[in-house]
Design a protein around this ligand. Structure first.
Ligand SMILES: CC(C)(COP(=O)(O)OP(=O)(O)OC[C@H]1O[C@@H](n2cnc3c(N)ncnc32)[C@H](O)[C@@H]1OP(=O)(O)O)[C@@H](O)C(=O)NCCC(=O)NCCS
Length: 169
């Protein structure tokens, strides 16, 4: 059964295998897997230390969770504690990815369901989630979790329009 945990060195092997899968489809291409293998504990420490970004970084505080199944990494989901003008147009409060070999097993839907109570505990009353209009899987994940469509906007840096959804907590 999928559960959310904080990034942890014990998932190193399956995490790196998942990154190979993501890279094969053109995602996470800025990660050097060789570097990752050599410096995994430092990498994990950075992932866990996103609550207090430097004031001039433009980043908002964020909590990253990994979805795991027994001892295997399945995907990640992050919760941004607040919005900024850029996230209001693209990104929203929550972003997620499921590793290619574990898609269409219901993990994306469950990851979002598991994350919403964390958002509520943080004091948020509703969360914004955005997805590209052609991302059927993500649309269904959001709708299954109670998403209400606000609007569909065109961001200049993207070919496909962006859907903005709110989930009341
Ligand atoms: C989008 C994504 C998170 C879906 O994860 P997932 O674990 O496969 O999702 P689920 O198994 O919970 O599927 C949810 C629903 O969408 C459907 N679905 C999933 N992927 C689909 C696809 N490519 N085409 C059509 N339907 C799809 C599922 O059949 C399921 O339908 P149901 O609710 O009627 O049963 C995953 O494909 C992914 O990581 N993609 C790349 C990153 C990304 O797009 N992230 C989201 C950014 S907004």
């Amino acid at each position: 059964m999928t559960r959310l945990v904080f990034p942890d060195v014990r998932y190193q092997n399956s995490f790196i295998a998942a990154m190979e899968e993501f890279q094969a489809e053109g995602r996470q291409t800025d990660l050097s897997l060789r570097q990752l293998e050599q410096h995994f504990p430092e990498f994990i420490a950075r992932l866990r230390d996103t609550h207090h970004p430097p004031p001039d970084s433009g980043l908002v505080p964020e909590t990253l969770y990994w979805a795991v199944d027994d001892r295997e990494y399945i995907g990640h989901i992050s919760l941004r504690h607040r919005l900024n003008p850029s996230l209001e147009r693209y990104g929203g409060h929550i972003g997620y990815e499921v590793r290619p070999s574990r898609r269409r097993e219901g993990h994306g839907t469950r990851m979002l369901a598991l994350l919403l109570p964390h958002a509520r505990r943080l004091g948020l009353q509703r969360v914004l989630i955005t997805c590209s209009e052609d991302n059927i899987g993500s649309r269904k994940i959001i709708q299954t979790n109670g998403g209400q469509l606000q609007d569909i906007i065109q961001n200049e840096f993207q070919d496909v329009p962006t859907m903005r959804w709110w989930i009341d907590l």
